[in-house]
Ligand binder design. Structure first.
Ligand code: COA
Ligand code: AMP
Length: 621
């Protein structure tokens, strides 16, 4: 293959040929004769994703190669699982699910910490053609309940606990609370007992994972249509109810397999580490599926960048396991930099095997880029994507051609992604001018075909604003050389420590407090986490509350309803919210004030005095 320009042009001008070639990297039960039809990729192909991620590598002679290295500084465990062992474990776990009645097309919710069984559970579902929906462990019972009610799982896979630095998080009581709140009843819950907190099992409903898997007979791979769903991953939209992003089997396998070689430059047999969580899309794509589809060794890390035990944790993992490619979020690098500004911990380890550091999840600020790049002396690559797209939309595709890096830009559109920056009228913005970042249809393989049980919301959220284009929800611009700059969300989604959260759902929680008349939550710039949520609260008439007490109550309520991951700690009482005369809260102006940017007073404002009050309140916090 030639350079980037040629690959990109071919992917846009001759997508059928481009993706048919990429599809040869996958084992098909029935090879697709059509590459793209009726808006779907490989519509007549059949395959099994687990076979492609696991079994075929054993057959090809990689049985003794580590498939997964579990490194857990919070428990002191390090465990290596070969491809042959992974196949056997996954086959037995799939056998258990099959014996519990799980069939192709059924859903299974997975609420697990970062342990090998989480990966095994996902692959076991894929093996049966069942559809998993992983819920991030940092979400509270209420969020889990909402997802259980929407996904309607036949079985839930969970564990007795997760381990956060300094505390054991008992998951089972959270699961029990979620099931008490949810209307849907899964038939069974399979619980992995961890020694740090053993859970009580409900007679007749809950099974002990280890025992049940030991007794199960292995199940084989079930052939599914390329267009059948592999998983649902809920992500934050602008309202309280999360969006169930659907991923198919065929397009996903093809795109992720292609991305490993071409975006990341990773070869089979290499060690690839995405320091994220299986609860997020980065974990789905680049801890579990892509590295395994490519025959790499993936690292599953149960720990943090700092405090487990020190800011050298990442460098230890890289050096001891021979990591060639590291992928994490800028916030993790900022956390390391804050505790070890001189990089002295990195210098203690032999990092000569590390070839690339990839960062995503939020904008890579130039300071963090320069710090990491100076420290490591390797290409530090910002790349941009989202849960919906499943894999990078813009990156420096080092497997094709490493382009000069421009700090602040995730380089250029990845082959397959026809990125267009549009103004409010749908016209393309000239270079350097910010607009809505969109993708001209069709989206390439691997991106979402729809939202689970909500085709109408899919169309409304992504396709209707600019006909013929997919709306990413991000704003930014292209420069004269085609480099993309993504500046931030243009909706009410915020990004806290690389975690995507909805201010709408936080507003629902605050509004449920008995003393609150109305509220608005916005994301405010934070040096470490990128953004932090701040709530502006108007009290009910006659309600006399101490602001500190109220802030404490709202913080507790947010942890209980959404979870600690919301990182909500600041609530400010104001006498009124800035609104238009038609009652719309001026969130964008509030964000400008909060981040210290110049702001204008919109002519439609109901009460101009509301804006200076927000400014004064921000100064006080
Ligand atoms: N289960 C239970 N609780 C969890 C959890 C989980 N899986 N993950 C996080 N939490 C809790 C944390 O313990 C913390 O609780 P606290 O408020 O009681 O301290 C809270 O949720 C916020 O967590 P987090 O945002 O992770 O902040 P932190 O202060 O613990 O760590 C960083 C800060 C920057 C080190 C951390 O956010 C990080 O490593 N981020 C990388 C982000 C990432 O991987 N994103 C995925 C996209 S690539
Ligand atoms: P998520 O769906 O959780 O992966 O979050 C996706 C959102 O995170 C995107 O829509 C962006 O707002 C933001 N994001 C992810 N990666 C980047 C990046 N490299 N640069 C800027 N923003 C990013």
């Amino acid at each position: 293959m030639g350079g980037y320009d040629e690959a990109y042009r071919r992917s846009i001008e001759r997508p059928g040929e481009f993706w048919a070639e990429a599809a040869r990297g996958i084992d098909w039960d029935v090879a697709p004769t059509t590459v793209h039809g009726d808006g779907r990729w490989f519509p007549d192909g059949r395959l099994n994703t687990c076979h492609n991620a696991v079994d075929r590598h054993v057959t090809a002679g990689r049985g003794e190669q580590p498939a997964l290295i579990y490194d857990s500084p919070v428990t002191g465990a390090v465990r290596t699982i070969t491809y042959a062992e992974l196949r056997d474990e996954v086959a037995r776990t799939a056998g258990l699910l099959r014996d519990l009645g799980v069939r192709a097309g059924d859903t299974v919710v997975i609420y697990m910490p970062m342990v090998p069984e989480a990966v095994i559970g996902m692959l076991a579902c894929a093996r049966l053609g069942a559809v998993h929906s992983v819920v991030f462990g940092g979400f509270a019972a209420g969020e889990l309940a909402v997802r259980i009610d929407h996904a309607r799982p036949k079985v839930v896979l969970s564990a007795s606990c997760g381990i956060e630095p300094g505390r054991v998080v008992a998951y089972k009581p959270l699961l029990d609370a979620a099931l008490a709140q949810a209307e849907h009843r899964p038939e069974r819950c399979v619980i992995l007992q961890r020694p740090q907190a053993v859970a009580e099992l409900a007679e007749g409903r809950d099974l002990d994972w280890a025992r049940a898997v030991r007794e199960a007979r292995p199940a084989g791979c079930v052939s599914v249509a390329a267009t059948d769903p592999l998983y649902i991953l809920y992500t934050s939209g602008t309202t309280g109810s999360p969006k169930g992003v659907v991923r198919d089997n065929g397009g996903h396998a093809v795109a992720l397999h292609w991305s490993m070689a071409h975006v990341y430059g990773a070869a089979p047999g290499e060690v690839y580490w995405a320091a994220s969580d299986v609860g997020w899309v980065v974990g789905h794509s680049y801890i579990v599926y892509a590295p395994l589809l490519a025959g790499c060794t993936t690292v599953l890390y149960e720990g943090k960048p700092v405090g487990t035990p020190d800011p050298g944790a990442f460098w230890r993992v890289v050096a001891t396991h021979g990591v060639r490619t590291l992928f994490t979020a800028p916030t993790a690098i900022r956390a390391i930099k804050k505790e070890d500004p001189s990089g002295s911990f990195a210098k203690k380890w032999d990092l000569s095997g590390l070839r690339h550091l990839f960062l995503a999840g939020e904008r890579l600020d130039p300071d963090t880029y320069h710090w990491a790049s100076d420290l490591l002396g390797i290409p530090v690559i910002d790349h941009w994507w989202q849960t919906e797209t499943g894999w990078p939309m813009a990156a420096n595709c080092v497997g094709i051609e490493t382009l000069p890096i421009r700090p602040g830009a995730p380089t250029k559109p990845v082959p397959g992604w026809d990125i267009r920056v549009l103004d409010p009228d749908g016209e393309e913005c000239p270079p350097g001018v910010d607009g809505a970042v969109t993708v001209r249809l069709p989206l390439p393989p691997g991106s979402l075909p729809t939202l689970y049980r909500d085709d109408a919301r899919f169309a409304r959220s992504y396709l209707e604003r600019y006909p013929g284009h997919y709306l990413t929800g991000d704003g930014g611009h292209l420069d004269a050389d085609g480099y993309l700059y993504v500046m931030g969300r243009i909706d009410d989604v915020i990004n806290v420590a690389g975690h995507r959260l909805s201010t709408g759902s936080m507003e629902e929680v605050i509004a449920s407090h008995p003393d609150v008349a109305e509220c608005a939550v916005i994301g405010v710039a934070d040096e470490l986490k990128g953004q932090l949520p701040v709530g502006f609260v108007v009290l009910k008439a006659g309600s006399e509350r101490d602001p500190t007490d109220l802030e404490r109550e709202l913080t507790a309520l947010m942890r209980e309803r959404i979870g600690p991951v919301a990182a909500f700690r600041r609530a400010v009482v104001v006498s009124r919210l800035p609104k238009t005369r038609s009652g719309k809260i001026l969130r964008a102006t509030m964000r400008d004030i909060a981040d210290g940017r110049p702001y204008g007073t919109p002519s439609t404002i109901e009460d101009p005095a509301a804006l200076p009050e927000i400014a004064r309140a921000m100064k006080r916090t």
